[in-house]
Unconditional design. Sequence first.
Length: 574
Amino acid sequence: MAEPALAETPGSLTGVARVLVNAGKLDAKAAGDLTRAAKEQKRSFISALMAAGSISASDLAQTLSTSLAVPVLDLSAMDLQRLPKGVIDSKLSTQYQVVVVSKRGNRLFVAGADPTDQEALERIKFATQLTPEWVIVEHDKLSRLLEGQTATAEEQLNALTSGDFEFDITDDLNAPAPEANELSADVEDAPVVKFLQKMLVDAINARASDLHFEPYEHNYRVRFRVDGELREITQPPIAIKDKLASRIKVISRLDIAEKRVPQDGRMKLKFGSKSIDFRVSTLPTLFGEKIVIRILDSSSAKMGIEALGYEQAEKDRLMNAIQRPYGMVLVTGPTGSGKTVSLYSCLNILNQPGVNICTVEDPAEINLPGINQVNVNDRAGLTFSASLKAFLRQDPDVIMVGEIRDQETGDIAIKAAQTGHMVMSTLHTNDAPTTLTRLLNMGIPPFNIASAVILITAQRLARKLCEVCKVPADYPRESLLRGGFKEEDLDGSWKPYKAIGCSSCNNGYKGRLGLYQVMPISEEIQRIILRLGTAMDIAEQAKREGVRDLREAGLVKVKAGLTSLEEVISVTNE
């Protein structure tokens, strides 16, 4: 006796099966058999239909479009890179075999092979709070797209994270532990964790100073700054950008739910036998959060003043200034020019058991044992000026201010220098003479500047030529003169070198060295300040007193074969 279920009629069928039978593309018995087979194999009816070869994918799409009055879209004619990303979860997209092709206002156009799947529409509507509308696409093209997206993400991350490395989060007893819900499965996604660890290890091995994680509309980019030069390292799948940002925020003790405002944090990770500090900065951009991680190398602050690249005369001027009992020493230059390392090197020289040193920074980049370091906290009212006022009641000998940003901080720092304290700080100016006019423009009286400031150092970092592959350069005499050399310098006793590039360097350069303009404040320069002279007047007087400007300091390094003329020209003004 035949079972009743085998005697199929169009009325007993549902969804795509019913549409095909009514359109005459499939008989009722075959449709019933495919429906049962799909249920047993736990797959969709359309997958079973395609596997059986009962109808082609294009014929199926056209039949459904004609019968249900739903438009057909050819995926092969679209730029798949421009499809909206992240509108629906990848798990939802894979489960219901759908992809978002467009979004207009509150309408969401969803492409799928089965426009009769109402459950998929309801789930998407609930997840997005938008009104989804079907667009029919061919099943085979949709399957290839979804498989390609999944495979690409997994394959790229597996390829990028191949290799052995060890990198563990170290416990920071002073920082609050992450909440349990922060360490969710999404944040702890294993491929993302491995990818972040691999990038940090690669950055350290490449001697990078910064890592940039940058989201764009159709791609995600990772760049390292090596020897002052940014270079692209890889382009991971754009799908990982949110998980990667969350992972970095968790280990940096930042708010993973806050994506609308910039945040700053720190993390300390164990790399081999030593711990390394990282400073983390997030910035909301059009297509997600850009994250920059700065590697804070504590060894750079302890390598000594000799290793920074000062010429002997410049080093003697600096040492004489910081050994004085009181006064102000200023270090100037753009961001990333090594100002903090120079100040820390000076503080290490002064760091003796009989000296009380206090620093206020935003933030303190490197922990210096024996020195009292304070982090600025504007929200709590712990500003540079508030910290300086407190320092003066802490019996200090040496005070270091991370940066003079306003008149109040400048006034307090200068008064401290006038009342028996050695004060060190930084300013963002182009060279030493313009630093004095910058202080005047802040509103600090000229007699206070003239009496308090004893020395200003302006600096830049230039890339060092690779000792393995550098070769002598045959520059025309006119080019050397235009670069800043004088006729008497071109006496034939030396030869400039140029970058070539080899396996052990980065385009012919390896490491960086400092270019310094070290300007003591002489009595004559004090007089120029008091009569409100210009930066040009101060520069001319400094030159008469034997102070090299930054270009001349760079040319000394060119003569010594340490860097190239092109590099000096690129980092200094004429």
